[in-house]
Write a protein that binds this ligand. Structure first.
Ligand code: ACO
Length: 330
């Protein structure tokens, strides 16, 4: 009797792209609206400026542009995409999923399209969902997009939160291919997701269709989120390394969620990585929530830092609390 050989599949990254709205708002400009200074914002967060979507420019517009650039970078047509997973907490409308609007704008009429909502950890959640679809053979080519217009949910009179965020979008194209047994092949090697809803009050939006009927504004206990971030991100990066029999020294690039330069530095130190192995975009983009990781991946890939075959560790934490990490061989 001959045993049937099952081919294991892996999701390879075949393209990336990003889009930032044209308008840039500096810390000094914000200091004219709320009681803050460029010095305070830079010292506490590392943020220098942020991009803000134009009136009428929606999450689907940002996401669609990032997706088009990712498809062009992959050298494939939109007709090859059979799965779109959009990570966002700022959808155009309560429903339908903003992913379906992007799908239509790309001219795609087949396959699946839906949103995933895990706030700043959203991109890693979306990546995990798409990776599982591809590994199961339920889709072949996926667009994984992180797109946000957090400027629309900020309380612009609250200096503790309005200085921290920006708008933007980034996207990866994943394609399923046979996995090599030795694990040296390229693609998503593992994903690790966590959530603990007991910490809702640390970071939430005080509105929604089923509670107030209004969109609401972001509310955050910054110090509390910071405390959780340091502990939970350190644990999940260890988990991701251990699952792949790696140590910090094996990682070519740490591409973290961009919430605070001090959190990024803390995790890099924990991994024994110096600045030359860390991608930081926070100075010129601020925190773009689910978009920050694909924006940073795209920046490092476009400027030649991130090379095929290199090992990338991504990590993020956000509202929920929800957090996660993933190891990718680029
Ligand atoms: N300008 C000037 N002063 C300010 C500002 C501001 N923009 N914001 C707060 N302050 C003041 C506070 O009022 C406080 O004054 P006080 O001492 O007189 O009371 C002082 O600065 C210190 O405030 P803290 O909140 O203790 O400052 P901290 O050092 O904790 O920095 C920050 C605040 C930047 C928000 C930090 O806590 C942080 O980055 N937290 C984590 C945020 C995060 O990681 N979010 C991730 C997820 S985001 C998501 O999921 C959507």
């Amino acid at each position: 009797m001959t045993a049937k050989r099952t081919v294991r599949l892996r999701s390879r990254v075949i393209g990336c792209g990003a889009y930032l709205p044209e308008t840039v708002v500096t810390n000094d400009e914000l200091a004219k609206r709320v009681d803050t200074t460029d010095e305070w914002i830079r010292q506490r967060t590392g943020i220098g400026c942020r991009h803000i979507a134009a009136p009428g420019e929606m999450t689907s517009d940002l996401g669609r542009r990032a997706a088009e650039r990712a498809l062009a970078n992959a050298g494939i047509g939109a007709d090859e995409v059979d799965l779109i997973v959009l990570a966002t907490s700022t959808p155009d409308e309560t429903f339908p999923a903003t992913a379906t609007k992007i799908q239509a704008r790309l001219g795609i009429t087949r396959g699946m399209a839906f949103d995933v909502q895990a706030v700043c950890a959203g991109f890693i959640y979306a990546l995990a969902v798409a990776d599982n679809f591809l590994k199961l053979g339920q889709a072949r080519t996926a667009l994984v997009i992180g797109a946000e217009t957090f400027s629309r949910i900020l309380d612009w009179t609250d200096r503790q939160t309005c200085v921290l965020f920006g708008d933007g979008a980034g996207a990866l194209v994943l394609r399923a291919g046979p996995s090599k047994a030795n694990g040296r092949d390229r693609g998503v090697l593992s994903t690790h997701l966590h959530a603990d809803g007991r910490y809702h009050d640390a970071l939430y939006v005080d509105g929604g269709p089923s509670s107030t009927g209004k969109v609401g504004h972001l509310r955050m206990e910054g110090r509390e989120v910071f405390r959780h971030a340091v502990v939970k991100l350190a644990a999940v990066v260890e988990e991701a390394l251990a699952a792949n029999h790696l140590s910090g020294a094996d990682i070519d690039w740490l591409v973290p969620h961009q919430a605070n330069q001090r959190i990024i530095d803390g995790i890099a130190r924990k991994l024994g990585l110096d600045d030359s192995h860390v991608v930081s975009t926070i100075e010129h983009q601020a925190n773009t929530s689910a978009a920050s990781i694909p924006l940073a991946l795209n920046e490092a890939a476009s400027d030649g830092r991130l090379q095929p075959g290199q090992l990338v560790l991504i990590e993020a934490i956000g509202g929920g609390l929800a957090w996660g990490a993933s190891v990718i061989r680029w």
